[in-house]
Design a protein around this ligand. Structure first.
Ligand code: NAP
Length: 244
């Protein structure tokens, strides 16, 4: 088979690769010929997802230092690291925002991803590429997203210094808008439907995004040797400034 991007012989780890964007990224790396390991907390979800994506799987809760130590001991060498953990929500109007929940959101997304990267640094090849998943909330100024903006803004702020510090390894992020993944199943049905309709009727792309939309951008950032320190919006134009 002739592949547009041939990653035969390369090794990829997708942390949070058993659902949504992470699973789509795993499938994209598998399709390109890479040897792919995905992690997630739930063993059943892991088994079902690896059957779909063709990746190998390892149960690993990224908030557990013991699990991360086990993961690092089982990984020999990495060319690609994708960090796609979802964590807890942290959304809602600021006046009533549950700051404990927001703290948990940081504990569920920011800290485990930085811990994973630090623990796996010795395994990264000199030309390895790391891709984080931020969120459009970091820049969109949408009411009700102050907590998510703080969380994802903190993550985005780390991308550029990481890219200089870890060079020649490359560090980038994608910043998705509203993407139809199981993440939204945690939201009340009416809120999800209202959000999807609002997105489809107001953004330039006129639709909600798919995990594949984001996965193809992750593959681009991971494989283009001249992109580093970048956060790439994959949001259908959600964060474009509007006149009027
Ligand atoms: N969907 C969107 O609209 C959207 C928009 C902007 C940004 N994002 C970001 O994109 C990333 C992926 O989101 P998604 O929509 O693909 O979510 P998802 O479908 O819920 O997938 C999240 C993945 O992370 C894993 N995970 C969560 N916590 C974990 C932990 N502590 N340790 C290991 N694995 C863990 C989940 O598996 P287990 O539950 O089995 O552990 C699952 O594989 C997240 O960072 C999210 O904030 C999503």
């Amino acid at each position: 088979m002739t592949r547009q991007i041939d990653l035969t012989g390369k090794h990829a780890l997708i942390a949070g690769g058993t659902s949504g964007i992470g699973e789509a990224a795993a499938a994209a790396f598998v399709a390109a010929g890479a040897d792919v390991l995905v992690t997630g907390r739930d063993a059943t979800r892991l088994a079902e997802s690896t059957t779909r994506s063709g990746a190998s799987g390892l149960v690993c809760d990224a908030t557990s230092s013991a699990d991360i130590t086990t993961l690092a001991s089982q990984v020999e060498h990495l060319d690609f690291l994708v960090l796609s953990l979802s964590g807890a929500s942290g959304g809602g109007p600021f006046e009533t925002l549950d700051l404990t929940a927001l703290r948990e959101a940081f504990e569920g997304k920011l800290w485990p991803q930085l811990t994973l990267l630090q623990s796996l640094l010795p395994k990264l090849s000199d030309d390895a590429s790391v891709v984080f998943i931020s969120a459009a909330s970091a820049r969109a100024a949408l009411p009700g997203t102050t907590g998510l903006a703080a969380l994802n803004g903190a993550l985005e702020a780390a991308i550029r210094p990481l890219a200089t510090e870890l060079a020649p390894r490359r560090v980038n992020a994608v910043s998705p808008g509203v993407i139809d993944t199981p993440w939204w199943s945690a939201a009340p049905t009416d809120l999800r439907e209202q959000t999807y309709t609002q997105i489809a009727t107001t953004i330039p792309a006129a639709r909600v995004g798919t995990p594949h939309d984001v996965a193809s951008a992750i593959l681009l950032l991971a494989t283009n040797p001249y992109i580093t320190g970048t956060t790439l919006p994959i949001d259908g134009g959600l964060t474009l400034p509007r006149g009027g």
